[in-house]
Structures are given as structure tokens and as C-alpha cells.
Write a new protein. Structure first.
Length: 423
């Protein structure tokens, strides 16, 4: 959530930045400032009446002590009238504050100045591309045929158990998933990230804190009986570990990693781009979450990009890194890099990671703070990234490493998988 003081002091910059992010309702900025003016006026009137009531209450005691009962009773009547006015002002103030909060949460985060302008994925900026696109043998097939041929994933039984978009991994398919998860976690832990196993369902306060609510409620599975949500990413529970906390400066930076299943409704998704493992409702992902001070967060963002890049390089997959344009960025992000790996059998790029800096957008919602050198509390900057999402990584590995005799396993995964080939 944007800080109200920043909006007031930088209204033109805020409007221009919202337009860069393709946010249409920029009139909301003036409505927010007008509501805040109303809030301030009501607060002033309330404080003024409270001070007057307190002074009158003291005067009543003095009058009673002087035996001036009639004057004291008259003043009591005036104080009673003041109380009614104070109560009315309190109700009006509560209503205005609720209205103000309701408008503030509708504003997305502002894009960083380096974010390119644009409205869709076609306007994203390719930062760099690396790796050779493999030339597959005659008869090579996409991963949805490979998983059937080698008995790795069973979508039909997943449909029977749950429904469309839920996969049943089995045999070497399950083993490859486990190998990838363990390898990704070890890569992160070796880089100084502390591993967590968080809850896989969260309350509304947690989903609000990271920006999933109220922006993405339609994409989450909602357990209505208990008012809980299945997590769309480990970012949600892991970042909320520090909700309402003041982190001691000596404890920064905070570096966390977690493996979780992730649940996304993916409403409206259809077509060839969602076939097989390309888009599913439940998938495994390893996440990294970072908290630091404002002066270091963009340096950290670049470090996280390099960290994920090394992970993809180690798998031997051709990849490219994109800096997302304003119109293609997420609601809460100030800057996002996407990683895409090339799927040789599908002849297309598949997104496998997003690495984002949220600046104070999440920490303002969650009140995650630290103290500066003067002891004053300051909001931390939060960042996170996929390290990595498994379905499309598996799809690319199966397709790019297929041979007439089986599917080769990348060398870094062989100690985890236990062999060098699926056949």
C-alpha cells in the first residue's frame, strides 16, 4: 500500500507513475487526498471538542468545590451535549477512515523509474539471453507426450481425484520433482537463505499483507467455512512471518527460502499454452524472500537475479531475462524481472521465475519495520523471487534433454535423482 504522506506530497508523480503502470482510475488520487482532508478536519474538530470537554469537566469540579451547584449543573448539561457531538464525530471519522483505506488499497505500487513504458508482454525489455537452443532429434515430441510415454505424470487420474489442471506425479516423475525441490533448496541455503516450512493456508490478513487481497481474490482458492486461503505462493506466509514486527538492524538482511505447493485457480486460462504442465492449478515452487533497507534494495534485486540465473544455468537450459514494462507488472511490484526458458519441442519461451522488488508496498501493509541510526522506525523493503517454479522447468528439461533412447538428467541433478537418464 502506498504511504498517504507520499501521495499528498507527490500527487503529480503518483498520477504519472500510475499511468505508466496502465492504471486507469487516476482520479482516485484526488479522491484520496480529499478524503484525507475530510479526515483531518473531523479529527481537528474532535480533538478540539475533547479538549473543551476536559477543561469543562475540571471546571465542574472546581465549581462544586466552591458550592456553585447551579453553575456546575449547567456546565454538566453542556458537557453532555459535547459528548453527543464527540460521539457523532467519532462515527463520521470511522466512516471516512474506512472509505480512505478502501481507496488506498485499490492503488497499485508505483513502478521504478527504470521500468520501461508499455501495456503488455510485447513491450517488455530483454535484458540478456544465454544458452544455445538445442536441436532435437527427428521424432522429438512435447513434454505432454513424454510424460505419458515414460509414465511420469498422470493427468487423467488427477482429473478423477480432483479435476482438470491437477496432476498426479508418479514413479520417476515424482522422483524428479523431489530432486528438483531438494536441489533448489540447497542452492538457496548455500547462498545464505534460511529454510522454512510454512503453513499452506493463510488468513485474510496475511493475503492482504502481500497484496493478494483485495486484488487477486478471484485467483485464490477460498476455504469459506474457516475464512482461509490456499496459498498461491510461499511469498504469502513467509513474508508474513515478520508482520507487525520491528526487525533489529543487526538482524538485517533477512533471507528466507521455502518449498511449498502453490494453488491458483487460473480462471479464464485456455488454449494450447495451458496444455500439459504449462499451466496447472496446483504446482510445486521454491521461493526466496529478502528484507533489507531502502538504500540497498535495488542492489539486492540485482543479486537475486544473478542467484536465479546461476540456478538456471546449472540446469543447462537456454534462458532469457526480461525487465517487465509498467503495464505487464504485478499489482504490488515496483520492478520485476521475469526468467523464461526455451522449450525446444514447443518452440516457445516459458516463464519459470519472477524476481521483484516491492519497496515499502508490502511492509506498509504489514507494518514490518526496522530502526535507523537515530532509532527512528523505518519501513523495510521486501523482495522475492521464484527459485524456481517446477512445472515449466520440468517441461523444458524433458523436452530439451530428450534423446531417442530416453531423457538425460542434467549433471547437477544426478546426485539427487540417483541416475543419469529416464528410460
Amino acid at each position: 500500500m502506498l504511504q498517504l504522506s507520499f501521495i499528498r506530497n507527490n500527487r503529480e508523480l503518483v498520477v504519472a507513475s500510475l499511468q505508466k503502470k496502465n492504471f486507469q482510475d487516476t482520479d482516485l488520487v484526488e479522491k484520496i487526498i480529499a478524503a484525507d482532508d475530510q479526515r483531518k478536519q473531523l479529527q481537528f474538530q474532535s480533538d478540539e471538542l475533547l479538549a473543551k470537554r476536559n477543561a469543562s469537566s475540571k471546571e465542574i469540579g472546581a465549581l462544586m468545590g466552591q458550592g456553585k451547584r447551579e453553575e456546575a449543573e449547567a456546565l454538566k448539561s453542556a458537557v453532555s451535549s459535547m459528548k453527543e457531538s464527540i460521539d457523532q464525530l467519532a462515527q463520521e471519522l470511522t466512516a471516512v477512515e474506512a472509505k480512505l483505506d478502501g481507496m488506498l488499497v485499490r492503488l497499485p505500487n508505483l513502478p521504478h523509474s527504470q521500468v520501461p513504458a508499455g501495456k503488455s508482454a510485447e513491450d517488455n525489455e530483454v535484458v540478456r539471453q544465454n544458452g544455445e537452443i538445442p536441436k532435437l532429434h527427428a521424432g522429438a515430441v512435447p513434454h505432454w507426450d513424454l510424460i505419458t510415454k515414460y509414465g511420469l505424470v498422470d493427468f487423467q487420474t488427477g482429473v478423477k481425484i480432483t479435476g482438470s489442471g491437477f496432476a498426479l506425479y508418479k514413479g520417476k516423475g515424482a522422483k524428479l520433482q523431489r530432486a528438483l525441490i531438494q536441489y533448489f533448496l540447497d542452492h538457496n541455503i548455500n547462498a545464505g537463505y534460511t529454510e522454512y516450512i510454512p503453513p499452506f493456508v493463510v488468513n485474510a490478513a496475511s493475503a492482504y499483507g502481500t497484496g493478494q487481497l483485495p486484488d487477486k481474490e478471484g485467483q485464490m482458492y477460498h476455504v469459506t467455512a474457516d475464512e482461509l486461503y490456499l496459498i498461491p505462493t510461499a511469498e504469502v506466509p513467509v513474508t508474513n512471518i515478520y508482520r507487525d514486527e520491528i526487525i533489529a538492524p543487526a538482524e538485517l538482511p533477512v533471507k528466507m527460502t521455502a518449498y511449498t505447493p502453490c494453488f491458483r485457480r487460473e480462471a479464464g486460462s485456455f488454449g494450447k499454452d495451458v496444455r500439459g504442465l504449462n499451466r496447472v492449478h496446483q504446482f510445486d515452487k521454491v521461493e526466496i524472500v529478502y528484507m533489507t533497507t531502502a538504500d540497498k534494495s535495488y542492489e539486492v534485486l540485482e543479486e537475486m537475479v544473478v542467484h536465479v540465473e546461476k540456478l538456471i544455468q546449472s540446469l543447462g537450459l537456454p534462458y532469457r531475462i526480461l525487465r517487465l514494462c509498467g503495464g505487464d507488472m504485478g499489482f504490488a511490484s515496483a520492478m520485476t524481472y521475469d526468467f523464461e526458458v526455451y522449450s525446444a519441442a514447443q518452440e516457445r519461451w516459458l516463464e519459470v521465475s519472477s524476481v521483484s522488488n516491492f519497496e515499502t508496498f508490502q511492509s506498509n501493509r504489514m507494518k514490518i519495520r526496522t530502526r535507523d541510526e537515530n532509532g527512528k522506525t523505518q519501513l523495510v523493503h521486501t523482495l522475492n523471487g521464484s527459485s524456481l517454479a517446477l512445472p515449466r522447468i520440468m517441461a523444458s528439461l524433458l523436452e530439451n534433454y530428450q534423446t531417442p533412447d530416453g531423457i538425460l538428467i542434467p549433471e547437477v541433478l544426478r546426485p539427487y535423482f540417483g541416475s543419469d537418464k529416464i528410460s
